[in-house]
Ligand binder design. Structure first.
Ligand code: SF4
Length: 713
């Protein structure tokens, strides 16, 4: 109750990319409660289960409180000074002996904008290493490449308000009911108030698929033919905005030629979706006054993911459904601040969406940082490449910050061997955790609720997270730890910020005149308005929709400012992408499609949610969903322990017999590691099964399109 709390601290939920506003209740210096912020523009007074219980992570007994150093099999407490000195020394020695590729950093997607900035400044500007990547490689990398290909910049064009007003919500490879519950509520409100139609493309019978007006139950790995099928019908039945295509895009003829090869009957054969449903979906999309396509990991983690994003964008471009209220191709980010990561130069760019291969961009950043330009890497190595470098003995020291690759990386047998081999520094808020089992040095970080900073949600909205309580024991926030390591590397003056807002002031200057201009933003503005959407060069609420001006210009030279597409010609590009079936498809030995994903009760590798009894009790372990027809054929009963086997490895989990998966497909939630503290060992991590096939354009692993078999035990 209100009386039991000393003060309420306004902050933002630290889980999914929705970015819900909430208040954290503090009593005697401890977090004791949460309540939704009724004025927050995103969630308007509602929270989901995870947001409601997030405060329980703050004072958990397994919070890491002191730095640790490995001696033999055991980890022992050491002072911060010793730990930091050794981190600095190891990094320095590795680089001196093996060059820039000998050290690397791999971090999470739930840090603050300021922390990302510091990590990337350290990696690129001080260490000069190309080995810098984030777990967003597993999550949004394909969207980044897809947006850049179509629009010239990695910027989600729409905003959440589009979900409130659109006449058609096309949910493609996403399950907002479980992953972005507050956005799903907004979609349902739109349907109730305005009669919006819902179309879902998903191999699983998810909650959105069950309530949709039309469910396109495509097979795993068949996104490209389905999208081409829709484009084929839009063109054939002339449901296009030809004026928009002419004025604002290039490449239509090539796209039309490619789509002509995908008539509905052929697409039905490739996807398993009835031809009549493909035609119906295209007509719903084409005839709706507005449409939002919401997409997530069913796109990003599938085969040809970047091509899929490109075709989704094209669907909107050829129908003119972009840059207007209720119309956008809208990627939902899974992690609270995944978009912040992209803004500061993750995914291979430099801050302000600068191109590291552009000499002018390199000079701008190097001059601003006061470092020699040649130190900046021209290309970065993604985590896949970094693990190969470890295997080859070239990457010697890896620093993992706020992520749990020992559970989340694909092909865990391979990935864990590399974590074993490298000198590993792990920085996290809990100890023990799976990746820390491989650590040589462990640094205790501060978590959500214990530090100030900005996190950017899926609609480009910068939100504040606030320090409500102190970190436990000797734990320090990541910005402080990174700055202190920089001191041991002799670059302390580049990180001498008195606080996070000073780091933000430095980085925001690097966005001046860039597509994500934040120069009009400061913490006071964010606090006052409850979030601001970039670009925001002049204060105020920023920019809710991009490309609003693309309806008005007629000549490329008029393409300036934020209203137009960011390719040099000012137009969006349509692409005729090839179609290649996934590299691994079911066969006689591995007859099932393997799909992996998330569920509402847990978050990522459960580092936080397994420590919240209310959530852990709801789903305490992994399982495999099997269709009743397959279960009957295999003689598998509900709850029976089965072995799921792929070319990489195996897990043993109970069967959940359900129509949610189609015959011939199985689904395993990816949240679970093999060992829970205080529990028996269970080989249940879905990534024992997944492979290292990646999208060649984005480097993103295909966690949703593999093959496996089910064995009775
Ligand atoms: Fe947090 Fe996402 Fe739930 Fe909102 S919808 S409370 S941001 S987990």
């Amino acid at each position: 109750g209100e009386a039991a709390v000393d003060r309420w601290v306004a902050t933002t939920c630290g889980y999914c990319g929705t970015g819900c506003g909430l208040y954290l209740g503090v009593k005697d210096g401890r977090a004791v409660a949460v309540k939704p912020d009724t004025t927050a523009p995103v969630n308007k007074g509602h929270l989901c289960l995870k947001g409601l219980y997030e405060w329980k992570t703050l004072h958990h007994p397994e919070r890491a409180t002191v730095p640790l150093r490995r001696r033999g099999k055991e980890m022992h407490p050491v002072t911060w000074e010793r730990a930091l000195e050794e981190v600095g020394q190891r990094l320095r020695e590795a680089l001196a002996a093996g060059g820039p590729e000998a050290a690397g950093i791999y971090h999470g997607g739930q840090l603050t904008l300021e922390e990302y900035y510091a990590i990337h400044k350290l990696a690129k500007g001080v260490l000069g290493t190309p080995n810098i990547d984030a777990n967003t490689r597993l999550c949004m990398a394909s969207t980044v490449s897809g947006y850049i290909r179509s629009f010239g910049v990695d910027a989600p064009p729409g905003c959440y308000e589009d979900l409130d007003v659109s006449s058609l919500i096309f949910i493609f490879g996403a399950n907002p009911a479980e992953m972005h519950p507050q956005l799903w509520q907004r979609i349902l409100r739109n349907r109730k108030l305005n009669g919006a139609k819902i179309v879902v493309a998903d191999p699983r019978l998810t909650l959105p698929a069950r309530v949709a007006d039309l469910h396109l139950r495509l097979r795993c790995g068949s996104n490209i033919p389905l999208l081409y099928g829709l484009i084929n019908i839009l063109i054939k039945e002339d449901m296009l905005d030809r004026d928009f295509i002419r004025r604002a895009t290039t490449g239509f003829e090539e796209l039309a030629r490619a789509a002509a090869a995908f008539p509905p009957e052929r697409v039905a054969g490739l996807t398993g979706v009835p031809a009549a449903d493909i035609v119906a979906a295209a007509r719903l999309f084409g005839r709706s006054p507005s449409a939002v396509t919401v997409f997530c990991q069913g796109v990003n983690q599938s085969s040809q993911a970047v091509d899929t994003v490109t075709l989704i964008n094209s669907l909107h471009l050829i129908t003119g459904k972009i840059g207007r209220p209720g119309s956008a191709p809208f990627s939902l980010t899974g992690q609270a601040s995944a978009l912040s990561m992209r803004e500061i130069g993750g995914g291979g760019s430099l801050p302000g969406f600068r191109n590291p291969e552009n000499p002018e961009h390199r000079r701008q950043v190097a001059d601003y940082w006061g470092i020699p330009e040649e130190r900046l890497p021209r290309r970065v190595n993604d985590i896949n490449r970094m693990l190969e470098l470890v295997e080859d003995g070239r990457l010697k020291v890896l620093w993992v910050i706020g992520t749990n690759p020992a559970v989340s990386l694909p092909d865990l047998g391979f990935s864990r061997r590399q974590l074993e081999k490298v000198f590993l520094i792990v920085q996290d808020i809990f100890y023990p955790m799976e990746t820390a089992a491989f650590a040589d040095i462990f640094l205790p970080g501060a978590g959500w609720g214990e530090k100030d900073g900005i996190i950017t949600n899926s609609e480009r909205r910068l939100n504040l997270v606030r320090r409500a309580v102190n970190p436990p024991g000797e734990a320090r926030d990541d910005l402080t730890i990174i700055s202190q390591v920089a001191r041991y590397l002799g670059a302390g003056e580049l990180f001498a910020w008195p606080g996070p807002e000073d780091a933000f002031r430095e980085l925001r200057e690097l966005t001046r005149g860039r597509p994500n201009d934040m120069t009009g933003v400061d913490y006071a503005l964010l606090e006052r308005l409850g979030g601001v959407q970039w670009p925001c060069p002049e204060g105020g609420r920023g920019t809710s929709r991009l490309y609003t001006g693309c309806f008005f210009f007629t000549r490329p030279e008029e393409a300036q400012g934020y209203g137009e597409f960011n390719h040099p010609e000012g137009r969006a590009r349509l692409w005729a992408v090839p179609y290649t079936p996934p590299p691994e498809v079911p066969d006689g030995e591995f007859p099932f499609w393997l799909n992996t994903g998330r569920i509402i009760e847990h978050y990522h590798t459960r580092t936080k949610t397994k420590r919240i009894p209310e959530l852990q009790a709801l789903v305490p372990g992994a399982y495999v969903e099997i269709n009743p027809q397959d279960a009957a054929r295999l003689k598998v009963a509900e709850g029976e322990l089965v072995r799921v086997v792929s070319r990489r490895g195996w897990i043993e989990v109970p069967a959940r017999i359900t129509e949610v998966v189609a015959p011939g497909e199985v689904f395993v939630p990816f949240h679970f590691g093999d060992l829970d503290p205080g529990e028996r060992e269970r080989r249940q991590a879905a990534n024992h099964l997944t492979g290292r096939n990646v999208d060649l354009l984005s480097g993103q692993p295909m966690a949703k399109a593999g093959a496996c078999r089910i064995e009775k035990l």
